[in-house]
Design a protein. Structure first.
Length: 336
C-alpha cells in the first residue's frame, strides 16, 4: 500500500482553508486532495465550509421540466435524448401559466429557487418570448429563478437576464478527457462558451457534473479542476450521482461507492470554497447517513420536491424529517 498523503505533503496546505479562493489549481493538486485519507479530507472540507458558510443552512431548489424529451444532443446519461429509446415522450414547451402554477406550489413546499429545464440543444429565438414570460412570472413570486435551456448566444443570455433570470445551469458534466465518451454532438469548448456568455450577461452560474458514468477518479478530478480554474467559480455547483436510465448507453453503469461520492463533494468544497455545492440527482438512492456525510463534507444545497426532471427525488416529508433530524434549516437568502 502507498504511504498515506499527509496535509503537509501538499503545497501550501492552509491556503484553501484560510486564504481566498484560488483559480490557479493544477490537476495534480486536485488529484492529491482526492488521495488524502478520508477523515482528513472531510475534516478539511468541513473547516473550509465553516469559513464561508453557516453549516446548518441548506439552499433548496426545485426543478420543473418545461420542455421534455426529443432532444437533438446525444448525452449518454440522458432520458430525454431523441437518440435513445427510453420511453420518455417528447412534449411541447409548457405555457407560462402552467409553469407559474407549479412555481407557486414549489414555493409553498419550501423551495427558494425554481429551475426551469428544457431538453434543447440550444435556445431558439422563437421560444424566447414564452421563456421570458415564465421567468418574469416566477421571479414576481419572490422566488430565485434558474433555467437550463442548452447553449446560449451572448445576446440571448442578456435577454434572459433582462427577463429576470438569476441563475443559468450549464454543466461540464465530466473531465475534458472523458467528455467524448459521454457526448459527441457538442464539445467542451461549446459549454465553456455558453458559461462565458452567462457570466458576461451578469447572471450567476450553476455548473457542475455527474459521477457514476464509468469515469476514473482522474476524470472526476479533471471536472473539478476545470471548475476551479474558471474565471469565476460557479455560484452553484451541482454534483449529480447518475440516475441510470434504461435504454441509454450509460444505463448499466456501475454505481459509484458512497465514500467516493463524499470525496467528490469534499474536493468540490475545497477547490471552490465559496460555491454553493448541491447534492443533486441521486439522493433518492442514498441513505440518510450518506447524505449527512455529504453535508458534513461541504454540500449545502439540495433539490426538493418529489421529482427532478424526468426521474424521482425524495418527497417533501422525507426531506423535512432528514433536515429536522440533522438540525438544518433553509439558507438565509439575500433580499431579491
Ligand atoms: N438540455 C440542457 C443541458 O443539457 O444543458 C438542460 C437539461 S440537462 C437534463 C441538465 C443536466 O442534468 C445535465 O447537464 C446533466 O448534468 C444532468 N443530468 C441529466 N440526466 C441525468 C441523469 N440521468 N443523472 C444525473 N444527472 C443528469
Ligand atoms: C443538474 O445539475 N441536475 C439537474 C439540473 N441540473 C437541471 C437535473 C438532474 C436530472 C436528473 C435526471 C432526470 O430527472 O431526468
Ligand atoms: Fe439534451 Fe440536456 Fe439531455 Fe443532453 S442532457 S440530451 S442536452 S436534455
Amino acid at each position: 500500500m502507498n504511504a498515506p498523503i499527509r496535509p503537509s505533503d501538499l503545497k501550501d496546505p492552509a491556503q484553501s482553508v484560510f486564504g481566498q479562493p484560488r483559480h490557479d489549481w493544477t490537476l495534480a493538486e486536485v488529484e492529491a486532495l482526492f488521495e488524502l485519507p478520508f477523515m482528513e479530507l472531510v475534516f478539511r472540507a468541513a473547516e473550509v465550509h465553516r469559513r464561508w458558510f453557516d453549516p446548518t443552512e441548506v439552499q433548496m431548489s426545485q426543478l420543473l421540466s418545461v420542455k421534455t424529451g426529443g432532444c437533438a444532443e446525444n448525452c449518454g446519461y440522458c432520458s430525454q435524448s431523441a437518440s435513445f429509446d427510453t420511453g420518455v415522450k417528447a412534449e411541447k414547451l409548457m405555457g407560462a401559466a402552467t409553469v407559474i402554477a407549479a412555481a407557486i406550489e414549489a414555493k409553498a413546499g419550501g423551495a427558494q429557487r425554481f429551475c426551469m429545464g428544457a431538453a434543447w440543444r440550444d435556445l431558439k429565438d422563437r421560444d424566447l418570448p414564452k421563456v421570458a414570460a415564465m421567468i418574469s412570472g416566477v421571479k414576481a413570486l419572490g422566488l430565485e429563478t434558474c433555467a437550463t435551456l442548452g447553449m446560449l448566444r451572448p445576446d440571448q443570455a442578456v435577454a434572459l437576464k433582462e427577463a429576470g433570470l438569476d441563475y443559468y445551469n450549464h454543466n461540464l458534466d465530466t473531465g475534458p478527457d472523458y467528455y467524448d465518451q459521454v457526448v459527441t454532438t457538442r464539445t467542451y469548448q461549446d459549454r465553456l462558451d455558453t458559461l462565458a456568455a452567462v457570466r458576461d450577461a451578469g447572471m450567476s452560474t450553476c455548473c457542475g457534473g455527474i459521477v457514476g458514468m464509468g469515469e476514473t477518479r482522474r476524470d472526476r478530478a479533471g471536472l473539478l479542476h476545470q471548475l476551479a480554474i474558471l474565471p469565476a467559480h460557479p455560484d452553484s455547483l451541482p454534483v449529480n450521482d447518475l440516475m441510470p436510465i434504461a435504454g441509454t448507453p450509460l444505463g448499466d453503469s456501475a454505481p459509484v461507492d458512497g465514500l467516493e461520492f463524499v470525496r467528490m463533494i469534499a474536493v468540490a468544497r475545497l477547490v471552490c470554497p465559496k460555491s454553493v455545492v448541491r447534492l443533486s440527482a441521486g439522493r433518492e438512492h442514498m441513505s440518510r447517513e450518506l447524505q449527512a456525510l455529504c453535508f458534513l463534507a461541504g454540500a449545502n444545497s439540495i433539490f426538493v420536491g418529489g421529482k427532478l426532471l424526468t426521474t424521482s427525488n425524495p418527497d417533501q416529508d422525507t426531506d423535512e424529517a432528514l433536515l429536522a433530524d440533522l438540525g438544518m434549516r433553509p439558507m438565509t437568502m439575500a433580499a431579491n
